[in-house]
Design a protein around this ligand. Structure first.
Ligand code: NZQ
Ligand code: ZN
Length: 387
């Protein structure tokens, strides 16, 4: 196992009715800004529960944070924070609201002229307002990690940053708040968590058997409960397992001591920025092609994955690897998440390999993967197989 440093301060409040517990987690006397998205929380009763829980606080709200949250919108929230003297942020929604709120928290304390530098120039985040999250969409792990991915309308960029100052102080995971999700978002969440797990697993062996087993446990759970929770959205037990799987897939635990390959995500962010696909849709497109392209470097883990996850034991190595990748692709498709660009109605899909490679080049993302071997030229090769 490789050396690592692990720290995760997010308190998890898991289960039915846990929104009521947030009052005890926010400092008395804090002035709270509740942030949310396009309004789903006002239709499914979550907003009312939050309102009740905040009865003892002075609070105001900022709605309208979009999926793939926009810098322009978030900077309006920063103005509110500064004008009103807000000192605690409560994000209520999916990954986009959580990410957007982490950025608001960092931007409100940023001392440079242009908070976009946090994303574009990796300007250091020296402080952030405290954030709590009420999560309504299990997918990103944002509720218990340092990361946020922000889009800028004026430039068409979608960029990520991470800072320990942005760890949420607490996250409420009440599976019931997710019952109102459209099936497309439930399926997206399963694929996102699955790919997060694979990007921390599918590299090369480093004698980390516990990390492997933890990752395999998450993958097995998603394969087992994913289709069930999609077909039976009100089944609490299955949804609870999906929610907890998604958090554990990206809260830092399974990353300890192992190499990581975030190439699929980096490529995916550019596809969302260029073609507006949902985040998980981009992952379902890229990952199978990336695994085929990198099968030499990932051979040992691909064979382990084939055997332990998909029970593939027959045939030569190349055959077993292909069977595992095909099974992964079929799993995504079975959830209704397509694995080729043209199935999303992308019109100039034939141009996508060059366009996405050029975007990565422009962002300096030219050495991706666990070895830094995935260049824009290789990305172009990968995407040529995903049209
Ligand atoms: O905006 P509202 O009205 O709330 O509707 C949302 C939105 O339209 C809806 N929704 C959420 N909870 C609901 C609900 N509808 C009904 N009932 C509920 N309970 O779902 C739609 C999508 O929401 P969004 O937050 O965009 O989805 P998700 O959680 O998948 O987040 C995606 C964003 O997270 C980033 C992605 O790039 C993307 O921008 N990621 C963040 C990561 C992180 N912070 O660690 C890692 C991920 O890899 C990812 O990159
Ligand atoms: Zn993701």
């Amino acid at each position: 196992m490789q050396n690592f440093s692990y720290y995760n301060p997010t308190r998890i409040l898991f289960g039915q009715g846990q929104i009521a517990a947030i009052a005890g987690q926010i400092p008395a006397g804090a002035k709270v800004l509740v942030t949310y998205g396009g309004g789903s929380i006002k239709q499914n009763g979550v907003y009312e529960q939050v309102k009740t829980a905040l009865a003892g606080y002075q609070w105001l709200e900022f709605g309208g944070i979009e999926p793939n949250p926009r810098y322009e919108t978030l900077m309006r929230a920063v103005d509110v924070v500064k004008r009103e003297g807000v000192d605690f942020l409560l994000a209520v929604g999916g990954g986009s609201v959580a990410d957007g709120t982490k950025f608001i928290a960092a931007a409100a304390c940023f001392d440079g002229p242009e908070p976009w530098d946090i994303l574009a120039k990796h300007a250091e985040v020296k402080a952030a307002l405290p954030v709590g999250v009420v999560l309504t969409l299990p997918a990103t792990g944002s509720e218990s990690n340092t990361f946020a991915v922000i889009s800028r309308e004026s430039t068409g960029d979608k960029l990520a940053f991470g800072s320990e100052h942005c760890y949420p102080r607490f996250a409420v995971l009440d599976p019931q708040t997710t019952f109102s999700l459209p099936s497309r978002q439930v399926a997206n969440g399963i694929v996102d968590a699955f790919v997060h797990t694979l990007e921390q697993y599918m590299t090369y062996p480093v004698d980390a058997p516990l990390q492997d087993r933890l990752a395999e446990g998450i993958l097995h759970t998603l394969i087992e409960v994913g289709p069930h929770t999609l077909a039976h959205p009100q089944d609490y037990a299955a949804r609870a397992s999906q929610v907890w799987s998604a958090t554990l897939a990206l809260n830092g635990l399974i990353a300890c001591g192992v190499p990581q390959d975030w190439a699929t995500h980096m490529i995916g962010h550019e596809i969302t920025a260029e073609y507006q696909l949902d985040h998980a849709q981009t992952l379902a497109v890229v990952l199978p092609g990336l695994l085929r392209n990198r099968h030499e470097e990932k051979r040992a883990k691909l064979l382990q994955y084939a055997e332990r996850i998909w029970g593939v034991r027959e045939g030569g190595e190349a055959e077993r690897i292909e069977a595992a990748i095909a099974a992964t692709e079929a799993f995504f498709e079975s959830l209704g998440v397509h694995t080729h660009l043209s199935l999303y109605g992308v019109k100039d899909a034939a141009q996508a390999p060059q366009k996405i490679a050029a975007r990565l080049e422009a962002h300096g993302l030219t050495q991706l993967g666990e070895h830094g071997h995935i260049t824009p030229a290789i990305v172009s090769e990968i995407l040529a197989t995903r049209i």
